[in-house]
Design a protein around this ligand. Structure first.
Ligand code: SF4
Length: 291
């Protein structure tokens, strides 16, 4: 049998920090308001292990040589926006209050380039930046352990609670997602100095993810987390359609309507008995329904 020369993961991830490490970055959104608390710079990394049929960033799944940038250059670019992060007011709980912003790592899948991600987060944290990480948790436990010291808010997408439906929507079942979510919650408990929280992100897609059973099961998953910050309801929109048509000639969700405010309201009503904090889309002013 041929010997596998791949180094063990632990040695791979113990590779030292390097400011020169290169990674694939699709784009930056300077002043985002949709991905995490307050005003944020959103970094869209390239590469993703999934191909979700509703993805509105499907172009981020491909890594392009022309999009390579070093850790130190990315940190420099991102920190240019720092003066804005702490000085933004938006309605919260019917009052105008200042919510501290920061940087959100999204994609693609944020953990797909683990060493680049670790070095970028490590460098960013030196400037005392609030860091949110948007992830589907299709990754290795070693990666979660490696980046956990730098992440303040984990924004975890639960695409579907049923393994077959999850496979239909994303290409893989959800076993690893649930294992990693439990692992992450336990990991945060182990570190007593860590005030990190988990936000569950739930995309409401009419006819695909909005069954009463799936909504309630998603709520139960969130409720069972010791470190839950909130469950965020996101309305599906077909705004990524043009990217699919450009890249693949066809949009998989043609004919599926965008989620309406009524769809979101219905989901929140179904979740009410669980008494967990619910975040609504921006047009609802990110107002928690309970607390
Ligand atoms: S995990 Fe996110 S970025 Fe990747 S295909 Fe799914 S929705 Fe798109």
């Amino acid at each position: 049998m041929k010997k596998c020369n791949m180094p063990p993961l632990t040695s791979l991830y113990s590779s030292p920090y390097s400011a020169e490490r290169m990674g694939y970055v699709h784009s930056l959104e300077s002043l985002g308001t949709l991905d995490g608390p307050g005003l944020r710079t959103v970094v869209f990394l390239e590469g993703c292990p999934l191909k979700c049929i509703f993805c509105h960033n499907i172009d981020c799944g491909v890594q392009k040589e022309s999009h390579k940038i070093s850790v130190q250059n990315l940190v420099k670019k991102v920190l240019r926006n720092k003066p804005y992060w702490d000085s933004y007011e938006k309605p919260y709980c019917d009052k105008k209050v200042c919510i501290k912003g920061g940087v959100t790592i999204s994609g693609g899948e944020s953990t797909f380039q683990p060493l680049f991600l670790r070095d970028f987060l490590q460098d960013l944290k030196k400037s005392n930046v609030h860091i949110a990480l948007d992830s589907c948790l299709i990754t290795e436990k070693e990666v979660l352990k490696m980046i956990a010291p730098f992440v303040d808010l984990w924004m975890v997408s639960i695409k579907h609670t049923d393994p077959d439906q999850h496979k239909f929507l994303t290409g893989v079942n959800n076993i690893l997602v649930h294992k990693n979510l439990k692992f992450l919650d336990a990991l945060l408990s182990k570190n007593t100095n860590n005030s990190s929280r988990i936000r569950i992100r739930f995309l409401i897609i009419p006819g695909l993810t909005d069954s009463e059973e799936n909504i309630k099961k998603t709520g139960e998953i969130a409720k069972n987390l010791k470190h839950l910050e909130s469950l965020e309801l996101l309305p599906y929109g077909s705004h990524g359609k043009y990217k699919w048509e450009k890249m693949f000639g066809k949009y998989p969700l043609d004919g599926v309507p965008d989620a309406s405010p009524t769809d979101i309201q219905r989901a929140s009503e179904l979740l009410k008995p669980l008494e967990i904090p619910i975040l609504f889309p921006l047009e609802y002013h990110h107002r928690p329904s309970t607390m």
